[in-house]
Design a protein around this ligand. Structure first.
Ligand SMILES: Nc1nc2c(ncn2[C@@H]2O[C@H](COP(=O)(O)OP(=O)(O)OP(=O)(O)O)[C@@H](O)[C@H]2O)c(=O)[nH]1
Length: 208
């Protein structure tokens, strides 16, 4: 099990396959320097970061899926820990960011579907939906994608969202290039979810 969660009322979690750019996004969002690198699986334990001036924290969860040098069994255990972490802290999670690699996400999803498996990204998206955690899908590495609209429509299709993707823009689907600091759509989506969550909290307070 993961240990040492700081005592914060609210948090935003980042999940995604290894090497999709979660650490890079975290650095862009919070300004904190985190280990990033070519080697998949750099993040094995949750990393918690404060967002300057905010009362909540960001939690970068370990990458799931393939990790070089990590045995299948250990990989499974990390995945179980991720699911438990989200379940146990669902009450305090304001929003989740599911990060995917825009360049490879459709190929990876389809490869697993073709084998009769449920792709991790799709499973995670539905898991978060079932828990009622507002989720933004950050489609990273868009600098490597030529056919942006087609790719994003395909992704909507695989996640069970009706295309065109533009109707989910800045709420569910956020195309970004974290490496170049282009994450505005993610910021906008998160701000919207934080506002909604805070509004619900205040509503509960006045109706209690
Ligand atoms: N082309 C491109 N590369 C990117 C982008 N964002 C991140 N990368 C690169 O992708 C690689 C992985 O980035 P990380 O931020 O370490 O990924 P991670 O998801 O934290 O990886 P794990 O720690 O393995 O889970 C690095 O080489 C980054 O420079 C992007 O927007 N475009």
């Amino acid at each position: 099990m993961f240990e040492g969660r700081p005592d914060r009322d609210d948090e935003i979690v980042l999940v995604g396959r290894s090497n999709v750019g979660k650490s890079t996004i975290m650095r862009e969002l919070t300004g904190h320097s985190v280990p990033t690198g070519q080697k998949p699986g750099v993040t094995r334990e949750p990393n918690h970061f404060d967002w300057s001036g905010q009362s909540f924290m960001f939690t970068d969860l370990p990458g799931f899926g393939f990790m070089s040098g990590v045995e299948g069994e250990h990989r499974e255990a990390i995945q179980t820990d991720i699911v438990h972490y989200i379940e146990n802290n669902a009450e305090s999670i304001l929003a989740a960011v599911l990060v995917v690699d825009g360049k490879s996400v459709i190929d990876i999803i389809d490869r697993h579907s073709d084998r009769g498996e449920i792709p991790h990204d799709v499973e995670m998206y539905h898991f978060l939906e079932e828990l009622g955690v507002p989720t933004v899908v950050a489609v990273n590495k868009m600098d490597k994608v030529d056919d942006k609209d087609e790719r994003l429509n395909d992704l909507c299709d695989r996640l069970g969202l009706f295309p065109p993707w533009q109707q989910w823009d800045e709420e569910v689907i956020a195309p970004i290039t974290a490496k170049a600091g282009r994450i505005d759509s993610l910021r906008t989506a998160l701000q919207g979810h934080i506002r909604d969550a805070k509004r619900d909290e205040l509503l509960q307070f006045v109706t209690a």
